[in-house]
Design a protein around this ligand. Sequence first.
Ligand SMILES: [Zn+2]
Length: 267
Amino acid sequence: MFAWLKERRRKRLLDDWAIPDAQWQAALHELPFLDHYDAAALARLRELSTLFLVEKNIVSGADDGPHALDVTPLMRIIIAAQACLLILGRDESVTEALHDYGGFDNVVVHPDDFPSTQDYEDEAGVVHTSDEMVLGESLPQGPVLLSWPAVEAGYEDSGMALVIHEFAHKIDLLDGEVDGIPPLHGEARRTFAHAIGAAFDDFRHRVEGDEDTAIDPYAAEDIGEFFAVSCEVFFAEPELLREEYPDYFGELRRYFCIDPVAGRILG
Ligand SMILES: [Zn+2]
């Protein structure tokens, strides 16, 4: 489709499918780390979330049976708002920012932990189906899968922002591989890679040394997980990341074009 046609269609959708005010406020109530965001940032987040909800199917992973999960409009908005936080400061136009999430259509919400769908290859080259239970997954060129109780728990209670985590993997995957580096080029890429590399090395050593870290030790797993976990902290507890890894915090701030401490989009 011609870009301008798509743009026009999306503008119309913003009017036709605007999130009702009461529902938007109810969703924000569940995301206290957005309390201090200014009106311009929240208005843009609402528009992005509206388009996200039009373009993505947020469906139940268990439609029937004893553990059936009904995905409500409020649940969809809570997921959309957090997914769109990662693209809030991107690009000039709201409609273009959605391009970062162009490679998939579905978000599947499970009633609980679920078995990983990702196969793995052992040292002998034999491919196994994983039976590991997981809270979330982000499949390359495929859907994002989420366990609703983990989303619902919220960062303040669980120390985890699962939606931000899984969509951070989507951002990382944009340039083809999970390497902890979002799609950046040239000097910007080198600077980012250096900052995340230094932060990850330090964090891994601290976790290996049995230090009790304020950031979830799962981030020491590999650099892709470090990126995803640190994105959670960047948005949900930004002072902590700024304190622990100021250089890397600055790189995330530049990439996302968001100052999460001040709660505003960088102009
Ligand atoms: Zn992960």
